[in-house]
Structure formats: structure tokens, C-alpha cells
Design a protein around this ligand. Structure first.
Ligand code: IPM
Ligand code: MN
Length: 361
């Protein structure tokens, strides 16, 4: 089979980690008899430099016509002075909206070999940790009305700004269904996170999630306020299976969850729409401080490609092969620069990591 993948390498370490991922994908293609066809397109700072725009229309059109999108990372200090509507981050929000990628899956997993890397006491993580955060990605305060009003001579408020959090039942239902469908294939528990003691949008969220839950009698539903959820994540993270939450709460909680694993350089993510199409990217950012040093860990992107094979291309065995190779890499004692290494470990750079994992496929 031939698959068309839009590749958005982006900025900073993006191109480096993507190059290693394509190496691994090519090896999977050779082994399983698939042809992965890569269409490299511009996004973020790289797109601003080349075209003046952070998200060229051509990129969106090509992505829409492909089977899946693989993204490295965007942003860096070079583009900090760009106007708000043409920053690399804006490209990320723009492509999520343009491709209707409303369901963002962010696993927080503690890898067996890396359990000492977590900043939490080992007894808190005893038996491993496997949380899946399902973050709503195309609604809420990110995409509500934004405004900045000038200071008025009639009062002493100075400038005033607001951003509106708004959710429709349609948006809440569809993200809740994604969470419950995934919970059915996992631990059959969904924790919905909101701020229903304060926010009207959260009260609608909680009521609508409860309605969807009625369609899944096998799945246990728990509701937590976001402040409590943030606390529970560090106090007793193993109580969670699937967490479903709004765009902004999911942004914050997924960063927190990634830190408790101790290995953000290892964590992949998927952003999905209706059907099988999706965009796949590492949880980490563009790390401009280490770009070009050969020290970036490509594994989060390599594991994102595995998610792409599984969710968008329906290639389960091939996805398993990538995950098994990463496991083998760690078990063989290899560590990337971001991972804690003991004397018995061999620390390897970006390219060597890609070569070794490709070899282990
Ligand atoms: C993320 C990032 C983005 C977000 C930024 C870069 C716009 O933090 O993917 O979590 O807030 O969604
Ligand atoms: Mn974030």
C-alpha cells in the first residue's frame, strides 16, 4: 500500500527529530511492504522566513489531501517579535482548526526502564503509570472571542482585555465520545475535569458528559474540579485512566502529567478529527537551545509516527513494531541526552538514536 503523509518539520529541533522518524518509517515500509510518500510543507517560523506567513494555504490544502500529518515542532525566539496573528503558535492553532482536529490525545506513560526519572516518589508510581489525556482542541477560550479595549478617560481601569470560554453541546458530546470509546479499550474509567463550581460552560460540560456516559454503562465516570485534578495528578496519579477536559485545562494538565513521567522527550500525541485523519506530533516543543547540537531526543516523534500508523493508517502491527523497537533500545541500555543515565548506560545523540531504532525494527 502507498500512503501520503504531509510532513511539517517546523522549527528548532523539529527537522532533526522528524528526519530520524522518517528513517524509522522507511524501515517499517521496507519490512512490511508499504510505501510512505512524504510531502514536506512549511509551517511556523520556517514558513514565515520563506513566505512571510506562519501557515501558508498550500500547507493546509496539502494536509487536507493527505492520509495523515506528521509535525515536528514550531516556534523560537527568532519569531518572538512577530505580530500576534502571525506567530508560529498561531500556525499550530490555525492548522488544528482548519483540519478540524478537535480531539487531542496525550498519553502520559512511565516507561518501565525510566521509572527512576519521575520526580515523584517511587511508591506513588508502583506498578507503572498509563494515563491518557483527551483534550478538546478546537473550542473553548482558545477560539472564543478575544478583545483588547483601549483605556478610557472616564475611568482609571487602563486597558481592558477579555477572552471568552464557550462550548456547545455538540463540541462536548463529540469529545466525550472519543474519551469513552478510548476508555472502553483501556481501563474503562473516564475522569471529566471542569470548574463546574464556578463556570457556566463547565456546568454544561458536566451535564453533557453525564448524558454521553449513559451510552457507556461499562465505563465508570468521575468528575473532578480542575484544581483538585491538578493536585490528584501528583498525589495519586494511578487513579486516572482517561481524563477528558477542555482546551485550556487540557493544555495545563497535560504539561503537568508529562512532567510526572520524567521523560517529556518520550511522549507522543495525536490530534484527531471525524474518521481516521489526524496530525501527530511530540508533546515537547522546538527546544531552540539545543537545536543543531545533535542532542535532541527523537523518540517522542518516532512514537508519534507509531500513533499515526495505528490511528490514521490502520497499521497496528507496524505501530507495535515501532513501540517494541523503542522498548528494545531502552532495554539495551541506550539513553538519549535528556534521560537520566547511569554508568552502565550508553548515551547516544539524535542520529544514532534514529539509526538504532530503525535497525531494531
Ligand atoms: C500545546 C502548546 C500550544 C497550546 C501553544 C504553542 C499554542 O502549548 O500544544 O500544548 O497551547 O495548545
Ligand atoms: Mn501546551
Amino acid at each position: 500500500m502507498r500512503y501520503n503523509i504531509t510532513v511539517l518539520a517546523g522549527d528548532g529541533i523539529g527537522p532533526e527529530v522528524v528526519a530520524e522518524t522518517l528513517k524509522v518509517l522507511d524501515k517499517v515500509g521496507a519490512k512490511f511492504g508499504h510505501e510512505f510518500n512524504y510531502d514536506h510543507c512549511l509551517i511556523g517560523g520556517a514558513a514565515i522566513d520563506a513566505t512571510g506567513e506562519c501557515l501558508p494555504k498550500e500547507t493546509v490544502d496539502k494536509a487536507l489531501a493527505s492520509d495523515a500529518v506528521l509535525l515536528g515542532a514550531v516556534g523560537g525566539p527568532k519569531w518572538d517579535s512577530q505580530p500576534a496573528n502571525n506567530r508560529p503558535e498561531k500556525a499550530l492553532l490555525g492548522i488544528r482548526k482548519a483540519l478540524n482536529l478537535y480531539a487531542n490525545l496525550r498519553p502520559a506513560v512511565v516507561f518501565d526502564e525510566l521509572k527512576d526519572a519521575s520526580p515523584l516518589k517511587s511508591e506513588i508510581l508502583d506498578g507503572g503509570l498509563d494515563i491518557l489525556i483527551v483534550r478538546e482542541l478546537t473550542g473553548g477560550i482558545y477560539f472564543g472571542e478575544h478583545a483588547l479595549k483601549p483605556a478610557s478617560p472616564d475611568n482609571d481601569l487602563g486597558e481592558v482585555a477579555y477572552d471568552i470560554e464557550e462550548y456547545s453541546q455538540m463540541e462536548i458530546r463529540r469529545i466525550a465520545r472519543v474519551a469513552f470509546d478510548l476508555a472502553m479499550k483501556r481501563g474503562k474509567k473516564v475522569t471529566s475535569v471542569d470548574k463546574a463550581n464556578v463556570l457556566e460552560s463547565s456546568r454544561l460540560w458536566r451535564r453533557t458528559v453525564a448524558e454521553v456516559a449513559a451510552e457507556y454503562p461499562e465505563v465508570e465516570l468521575d468528575n473532578l474540579y480542575v484544581d483538585n485534578a491538578a493536585m490528584q495528578l501528583v498525589r495519586a496519579p494511578k487513579q486516572f485512566d482517561v481524563i477528558v477536559t477542555s482546551n485550556i485545562f487540557g493544555d495545563i494538565l497535560s504539561d503537568e502529567a508529562s512532567q510526572i513521567t520524567g521523560s517529556i522527550g518520550m511522549l507522543p500525541s495525536a490530534s484527531l478529527t471525524e474518521g481516521s485523519f489526524g496530525m501527530y506530533e511530540p508533546v515537547h516543543g522546538s527546544a531552540p537551545d539545543i537545536a543543531g547540537t545533535g542532542k535532541a531526543n527523537p523518540i517522542a516523534t518516532i512514537l508519534s509516527a507509531a500513533m499515526m500508523l495505528r490511528y490514521s493508517l490502520g497499521l497496528k502491527e507496524e505501530a507495535d513494531a515501532i513501540e517494541a523497537a523503542v522498548d528494545k533500545f531502552l532495554k539495551a541500555g541506550y539513553r538519549t541526552f535528556d534521560l537520566q543515565a547511569a554508568p552502565e548506560h550508553k548515551v547516544v545523540g539524535t542520529e544514532e538514536t534514529g539509526d538504532l531504532i530503525a535497525e531494531m525494527i
